[in-house]
Design a protein around this ligand. Structure first.
Ligand SMILES: [Zn+2]
Length: 375
């Protein structure tokens, strides 16, 4: 059974194509849509009528440019449609209800002790009720761990309360499209607009260490969903190697993650931050040493993939501050030859993961290739 033979499906695809054009072009006239597609004017008029009735699209009056009657332009009905953005991390759960312009309408925070599937379902229902007659077009969930984006299965996300849970299956009864992403991939995916770069890497150095790769302008996704497990690159190959929770010895994360640093130094984040602020030699040495350790696998990846840029984020980066970024920059350049494209290290400061998830939900809804088309 071919999915392209059904007239209903063709109509659905045409409608989604129109919706995508209106979303991407902002204010656009029906005639311009016709020029951009192979659809007839009549088909566009009919489908737009349906989109208007469904409240997804609205008519807007553009500035009058000539005499006579001006046609109405079309734009997405931002305020009457919502999405839900969710972050699932070791620190707990954060949910936000947003309109399509990404204005936050309501936020719910759940501590890690109460972060579980039951509470997730309950809180999605709370946001759905709060949304009232507005339609919820999508839910996107960022998970601190390894996920299968296609099936929705959380493959590995220890300490989040969602390890081995299939989120798409569990939330299917809401009848709302659900997107699920690894947190670092979600960050990279929702950050790419900002960059002209088509080849870069985003590294999160936090309680764990993860990375996302944007290659030729697209997020790199691997067969086993484990691409970007940068923390488990082998760095410490000689001497007294620590056992990693992945089962190997000498992984980068065993010395340079925030968890490793806390246990190694017997200090918490706040204590480290205040020592860095005072430039205490003891901590500055650790900052430099951490930059050296991380620069080793990082420079190899940059060389092999010929990346332009590295974006750093995570609690180690923010706690160690400018000095860390400076040292990492220096140490990377020491290890790179002149043939490559690499030119900068950038730090990504504060961000809100439920905002990012909401952006992903909106983008996914309005991008034809991302639609879940049922046969
Ligand atoms: Zn490991």
């Amino acid at each position: 059974m071919s999915k392209f033979t059904s007239p209903d499906l063709m109509k659905l695809n045409n409608k989604k194509r129109i919706l995508e054009i209106i979303y991407k072009q902002k204010n656009i006239y029906r005639a311009q849509i016709a020029e951009m597609t192979t659809m007839s004017n009549q088909t566009i008029t009919n489908l737009v009528k349906e989109l208007l009735r469904e409240g997804l699209v609205k008519e807007v009056t553009m500035e009058k440019k000539s005499k006579g009657r001006n046609p109405m332009a079309l734009s997405i009905n931002d305020s009457m449609n919502h999405v839900i953005g969710i972050e699932l991390s070791v620190n707990g759960m954060k949910l936000g209800l947003y309109d399509l312009a990404l204005n936050n309408k309501r936020e719910i925070n759940v501590s890690s002790d109460h972060s579980n599937l039951e509470s997730l379902k309950e809180n999605i229902e709370n946001l759905r009720l709060f949304s009232g007659s507005n339609k919820i077009l999508g839910i996107a969930i960022s998970v601190e761990g390894i996920v299968d984006e296609l099936s929705g299965l959380v493959i590995k996300a220890k300490d989040t309360g969602f390890d081995r849970v299939n989120l798409k299956a569990e939330l299917a009864y809401f009848d709302i499209p659900v997107q699920i992403r690894n947190d670092v991939n979600m960050l990279a995916e929702t950050d790419s607009e900002r960059h002209n770069n088509r080849n870069y890497m985003l590294v999160k150095i936090d309680r764990g260490i993860g990375a996302a790769f944007v290659l030729n302008g697209k997020i790199h996704r691997s067969d086993n969903n484990a691409a970007g497990e940068f923390g488990h690159t082998s760095v410490f190959t000689l001497g007294n190697k620590r056992l990693c929770r992945c089962g190997k010895k000498g992984c980068l994360t065993t010395e340079t993650s925030m968890t490793a640093l806390e246990s190694k130094l017997g200090l918490n984040i706040g204590q480290m931050a205040s020592m860095v602020e005072k430039n205490e030699p003891e901590i500055m040495e650790v900052v430099e040493e951490t930059a050296e350790y991380i620069s080793q696998p990082l420079s190899n990846i940059v060389t092999v993939l010929d990346l332009n840029k590295i974006i750093l984020t995570g609690s180690v980066v923010t706690t160690f501050g400018d000095y860390f970024e400076k040292k990492l920059h220096e140490k990377l350049f020491e290890k790179l030859n002149a043939w490559g494209s690499f030119n900068e290290v950038e730090t990504l400061g504060q961000y809100n993961m439920s905002d990012r998830s909401a952006r992903c939900a909106v983008e996914s809804y309005f991008t034809v290739s991302n639609f879940d088309i049922e046969e």
